[in-house]
Write a protein that binds this ligand. Structure first.
Ligand SMILES: [Zn+2]
Length: 156
């Protein structure tokens, strides 16, 4: 999808993780879901999580007590396994996303002719923190092809 304008939706990785995170099932290699179990806390990284695979029945739980989460790479911040939505592109870099919403934001940003800041202060948003290789015009077509490849894996 090629849109002329893109406005930063001003979401953070943490907000995206409030939704399901798609991961590679550690047992069968299929598409599994890491779902949040929201608590009263506003801090998404402290919510318990549950990993389930519809294909093979694998299930695991993550509890915040005594555990850490690691953010900012192509792995599940909680369970540590590889994300489902990841693709090599642009000379060995890895494009990655937690879920469809995340992928749509990346595709919208990279595909836009005109990029606008959102209405509020945006220093910590996902879009404001994208690495330079993702914002380089020379990588635009290749990144959009990778986004399309990843979208295709969500079609079933
Ligand atoms: Zn499985």
């Amino acid at each position: 999808m090629d849109r002329p304008r893109f406005q930063d939706p001003q979401v953070s990785l943490y907000e995206l993780a409030a939704d399901d995170i798609l991961v590679v099932c550690p047992r069968c290699g299929g598409r599994a879901v890491n779902a949040a179990r929201p608590t009263g806390s506003r801090w998404v990284a402290s919510w318990p999580r549950r990993l389930t695979c519809a294909a093979c029945g694998y299930a695991a739980a993550w509890e915040p007590a005594g555990a850490t989460s690691v953010w900012g790479g192509p792995v599940d911040p909680f369970f540590g396994g590889p994300l489902w939505l990841r693709a090599e592109c642009c000379g060995g870099r890895v494009l990655w996303a937690f879920n469809r919403r995340h992928l749509d934001i990346l595709g919208g940003f990279v595909g836009a002719k005109l990029r606008e800041r959102g209405p509020g202060p945006g220093g910590l948003t996902l879009v404001a923190r994208l690495p330079a290789w993702m914002t380089a015009a020379k990588h635009r077509a290749e990144i959009l092809r990778a986004v399309d490849r990843l979208r295709a894996t969500l079609e079933n």
